[in-house]
Design a protein around this ligand. Structure first.
Ligand code: IPE
Ligand code: IPE
Ligand code: MG
Length: 251
């Protein structure tokens, strides 16, 4: 039975960084015998509500997967529509995001996206860059393998040109060469629409993230679904390869 009561979470054990693979827009539309575009548009309300909720809860970082390097394989119409929606979202929401002290970043190479989209993104990044609230990363034309290759290439150049010694390459240095250099790794990774895969998202960064896959399609994802994912995260025993507190206690 569906209830309207709000899922309870522990405010003292919040994930610092939440990453979301926003999937299922097409299936949401298909179930309604509507074009995929309608699903993408409906997903914008979920994004708006998710950003607001993260801000209100005091989450430090939210990273959303908006468009992957592989999504160019889709028909041009759909790709253009997705870009247009993103421009529209930033255009409509920017003032409110700025008022709420949200700091916007884009992860991925956005140099190849349409000019109109680039201008809007750059305006948003510029306006919000000194904000101290939620760090909101939009992964756009993002691919994790591409990101890892870019980092590797830059490190190789530094070694060849004598600025870096091979033995100085470690976990922390590598992390700081990724597009996510400004944030800690995600504590919680949520995927909507039920697929049990990562689809080339944050491969390095999710080494120890807790993964929650929900069957809820992205356009249906509301505040309570986010709270439910956080509640699920709070039940997990994060061991990072060590022993849990309980196991340690019974030594
Ligand atoms: C997520 O929804 C949006 C993007 C990947 C850009 P999909 O468009 O992938 O929806 P499904 O997976 O076909 O339902
Ligand atoms: C992942 O969803 C990419 C985004 C959410 C932007 P996809 O729908 O592209 O992933 P696959 O094709 O099911 O792996
Ligand atoms: Mg999909």
């Amino acid at each position: 039975m569906k209830t309207n009561s709000q899922v309870q979470i522990d405010p003292n054990n919040l994930p610092q960084h939440i990453a979301i693979i926003m999937d299922g827009n097409g299936r949401w539309a298909k179930r309604r015998f509507m074009p995929r575009q309608i699903g993408h548009r409906a997903g914008m309300s979920s994004l708006k509500e998710t950003v607001q909720t993260c801000s209100q809860l005091g989450i430090s970082v939210l990273t959303v997967f908006a468009f992957s390097t592989e999504n160019w394989k889709r028909p041009a119409d759909e790709v253009n529509y997705l870009m247009k929606l993103l421009v529209e979202y930033i255009h409509k929401e920017l003032d409110e995001l700025h008022e709420n002290k949200v700091q916007i970043h884009v992860l991925g190479d956005y140099s190849t996206i349409p000019e109109e989209c680039k201008v809007e993104i750059e305006r948003a990044i510029r306006l919000t860059k000194n904000n101290q609230g939620l760090i909101f990363n939009i992964a756009l034309n993002y691919g994790s393998r591409q990101e890892i290759l870019d980092a590797t290439r830059h490190i190789a150049i530094d070694v060849v040109e004598g600025r870096l010694k091979p033995e100085e390459i470690n976990d922390s240095l590598f992390s700081h060469r990724l597009y996510t250099y400004h944030v800690p790794d995600p504590d919680l990774l949520i995927r909507t629409a039920g697929e049990m895969r990562i689809s080339n998202f944050l491969l390095w960064q999710i080494a120890y993230s807790e993964i929650v896959v929900t069957n809820v399609l992205w356009p249906d994802f509301r505040k309570n679904d986010l709270l439910a994912a956080i509640a699920e995260y709070q039940k997990r025993d994060r061991r990072f390869g060590g022993l849990s507190h309980k196991q340690e206690g019974s030594k």
